[in-house]
Write a protein that binds this ligand. Structure first.
Ligand code: ACO
Ligand SMILES: O=CC(=O)O
Ligand code: MG
Length: 567
């Protein structure tokens, strides 16, 4: 039961507002909404609080280990395979068999948990829809809880959306994609929910609420007795996978469902994690459905891990593709590792999206997507990601032409040749030049992405590409690193070095360009100026921020009712 409480608003007089009915030790600081109260029930919050209490020390320890690893890398160490876990890498073992419901994942669409997009994604013709609380979502209270409402309605099959402006009603079709949910990474807290006086761990909120409300219906309708299914982001070490495994086990016990029901695909998207792929699968071996090449965060992580290594600077962001030796090696080793352990090796996201107003440019973009997908399927990937429904037919065609009716390539593309890949292959310095245009593009994209994120949008089209938290991170850390080491822009033939003065000029000019491109009205109404200031701070900070979203998060935290905290 939710109740009403009286609070004093000095500016509005006394007002009655609804309050969430919370278990002992839980305080909700986010806005009250009747729809939200159906998600934030006392029992669901109790489950989240139980997870938080059981795992908070392990999570803190894992984050502390990340800090310690960073300290070592900053002192000159480089990541590599762990001699202590050689046994896990060298012995033969397999993950639990893949559930039939998700044997065929040849094309997966991803997107934020926004209502219309959820329906469009489920109807898109993709085999899987990864509903994203992570890279594609700005974690405002409204986005997060509304996202949970949308997913619950989707799993129940009742979701609909009326686009009043276009008088169009959206509903689910008969054939829909299988739903995977990606909670936030371990590093993000949820400041609208306090548990024992501390902000909750973001991913436990995302996972806990979704699992609690949906496991029964999902297993009946979507999972054929398995599920729910998850994508697990941004891990750096197998100890983090071990925590997820324990979270899954706890959830299964709570629900009274068989151990091994819940399945997760781990994104290998940090540089340290590429040396831990066997170990991560081993920790999750009864709950795994594979690994995925999270290529954008992986590039970001390469820069971050080597932030103090000026001999490993990246070239312009546009030049760091999957054909660079270190990226190809990562994808090949991931395929070999997954297939050896009997699970899917998922490809990643080509950033191109359809270009509606220019057929030639559109065809060129589609051709790049086809080429990327062809490389993936030929290498042995079992499926790939698409950022937009318009890309699905092309991705589907490429994968189907190569895989035919087989649901995946787990048994047929073992990639034993990749067993010989070494640490040097995985770390090989990327080739290419750095240019002023690279610095300008990073700045233009970084500022516009932050402006969108601060106003509640976590994925945006910019210059005909999909941009989200992972791609924007590359722009930020690359600028930071170039500034820190005053690198020479060696691709312009001008011998210009990146300096604070140059960067200041670039920001000024790019802000003017953004204003011209988006129009004065939108520029004034949006948060471009705030984003510009934030981006400058992030690129020039003496110490690199671990994540742009950590630094920006406090700007989107809105506590209600103002001044009515119970703690
Ligand atoms: C690095 C990573 O982590 S990748 C994974 C995380 N990133 C993502 O998931 C990005 C997902 N993609 C998107 O958010 C969007 O496609 C964007 C922002 C890139 C482009 O969005 P827009 O410019 O609005 O797309 P556009 O206007 O062409 O949309 C056309 C239609 O497709 C729908 N659509 C576009 N992308 C998606 C999607 N990913 N899922 C579902 N529907 C979508 C739109 O809702 C719209 O529907 P409508 O015609 O019924 O109104
Ligand atoms: O999450 C995916 C990525 O590329 O990052
Ligand atoms: Mg990512």
């Amino acid at each position: 039961m939710v109740g009403m409480e009286t609070y004093g608003y000095p500016e509005q007089g006394v007002k009655k507002v609804g309050v969430y009915d919370v278990p002992e030790g839980v305080d909700i600081r986010g806005r009250y909404d009747e729809e939200f109260a159906k998600i934030l029930t006392k029992d669901a919050l109790q489950f989240v609080a139980d997870l938080q209490r059981q795992f908070r020390n392990e999570i803190k320890y894992a984050i502390e280990c990340r800090r310690e690893a960073k300290r070592k890398y900053n002192e000159g160490a480089i990541p590599g395979f762990d001699p202590m876990t050689r046994n896990v890498r060298e012995t033969e073992w397999s993950c639990a068999p893949v559930p039939l419901a998700v044997a065929d994942r040849r094309v997966e669409i991803t997107g934020p948990t926004e209502r219309k997009m959820v329906i469009n994604a489920l109807n898109s013709g993709a085999k899987v829809f990864m509903a994203d609380f992570e890279d594609a979502l700005s974690p405002t209270w409204e986005n997060l809880v509304r996202g949970q409402v949308n997913l619950k309605d989707a799993v129940n099959g009742t979701i609909s959306f009326h686009d009043k402006a276009r008088n169009r009603v959206y509903k689910l079709s008969d054939q829909i994609a299988k739903l995977f949910v990606r909670p936030r990474g371990w590093h993000l807290s949820e400041k609208h929910i306090l548990i024992d006086g501390e902000p909750a761990t973001g991913c436990l909120v995302d996972f806990g609420l979704y699992f609690f409300h949906n496991y029964a219906a999902f297993r009946r309708t979507q999972g054929a007795g398995f599920g729910p299914f998850f994508y697990l982001p941004k891990m750096e070490h197998s100890r983090e996978a071990k925590i997820w495994n324990s979270v899954f086990e706890r959830a299964e016990r709570m629900a009274g469902i068989e151990r091994g029901s819940i399945r997760g695909t781990v994104l290998i998207e940090t540089l340290p994690a590429v040396f831990q792929m066997d170990e991560i699968l081993y920790e999750l071996r009864d709950h795994s459905v594979g690994l995925n090449c999270g290529r954008w965060d992986y590039i970001f992580s390469y820069v971050k891990t080597f932030q103090a290594h000026p001999d490993r600077l990246l070239p312009d962001r546009v030049l760091v593709g999957m054909t660079q030796h270190f990226m190809r090696s990562y994808s090949d080793l991931l395929i070999r590792t997954c297939h050896r352990r009997g699970v899917h090796a998922m490809g990643g996201m080509a950033a191109q999206i359809p270009i509606r107003d220019n057929p030639d440019a559109n065809e060129a973009a589609m051709e790049l997507v086809r080429k990327d997908k062809l490389r993936e399927v030929k290498a042995g990937h079992d499926g790939t990601w698409a950022a937009h429904p318009g890309l699905i037919p092309a991705c589907m065609e490429v994968f189907t032409n190569h895989m035919g009716n087989a649901p995946n390539q787990i048994q047929t593309m073992k990639r034993e040749d990749a067993a010989s890949l070494t640490e040097e292959d995985l770390l090989q310095r990327p080739r290419g030049v750095r240019t002023l245009e690279g610095l300008r593009l990073n700045t233009r994209v970084g500022i516009q992405y932050l402006a969108a994120w601060l106003t509640g949008t976590g994925s945006v089209p910019l210059y005909n590409l999909m941009e989200d938290a992972a791609t924007a991170e590359i722009s930020r850390v690359q600028n930071w690193q170039w500034l820190k080491y005053g690198v020479e822009l060696n691709g312009d033939g001008l011998g210009v070095k990146v300096s604070l003065e140059l960067f200041g000029r670039v920001v000024e000019e790019e802000m003017a360009r953004i204003e011209m491109e988006v129009g004065k009205e939108k520029f004034k109404k949006g948060m471009y100026k705030e984003a510009g200031k934030m981006f400058i701070r992030q690129c020039t900070a003496p110490t690199l921020d671990d994540f742009l979203t950590l630094n920006a998060y406090d700007n989107i935290v809105v506590h209600y009712p103002k001044g009515a905290s119970k703690i």
